[in-house]
Design a binder for this molecule. Structure first.
Ligand SMILES: [Zn+2]
Length: 132
């Protein structure tokens, strides 16, 4: 029983830490237009060795995310229309580029892998530019 308690404490701490790092993405200037998004992708992609010319960035996408699309990549933000994701910043763009670099070639991700590997390292890169 004592062991379970520590697992629970660890789980809550872990989720809390991810949530805090996610919050850091909200700081800094917001992305406000298609042009701004393209400029950020052009600036940030080379820092990860990605070719921005292969990335189709869309400001008014249906969701926030990045994925492989044939030989190219999609990177979408939801723009101003969505209240939940209206806080997309440069950190959000870095976060999605990191997903492209590390995990977009792997197809559908196992939820545990996503939660314990893919998402935390994208959060760390988005917020602090730490490459894991
Ligand atoms: Zn993510």
């Amino acid at each position: 029983m004592e062991g379970m308690k520590w697992v629970a404490v660890g789980g809550v701490s872990y989720i809390g830490a991810l949530w805090l790092i996610d919050g850091i993405h909200d700081f800094g200037p917001r992305v406000r237009s298609q042009e701004e998004l393209e400029k950020m992708v052009e600036e940030e992609a080379p820092k990860l060795g990605l070719n921005h010319l292969k990335i189709d960035a869309k400001y008014d996408g249906e969701t926030v995310g990045a994925r492989k699309n044939g030989e190219r990549y999609d990177l979408h933000l939801v723009g101003d229309g969505d209240k939940i994701h209206s806080s997309s910043t440069r950190a959000t763009v870095r976060h999605e580029l990191y997903h492209l670099l590390k995990d977009s070639d792997k197809g559908k991700l196992n939820p545990l892998y996503y939660f314990f590997v893919a998402e935390p390292r994208a959060l760390l890169y988005g917020a602090f530019k730490i490459k894991m």
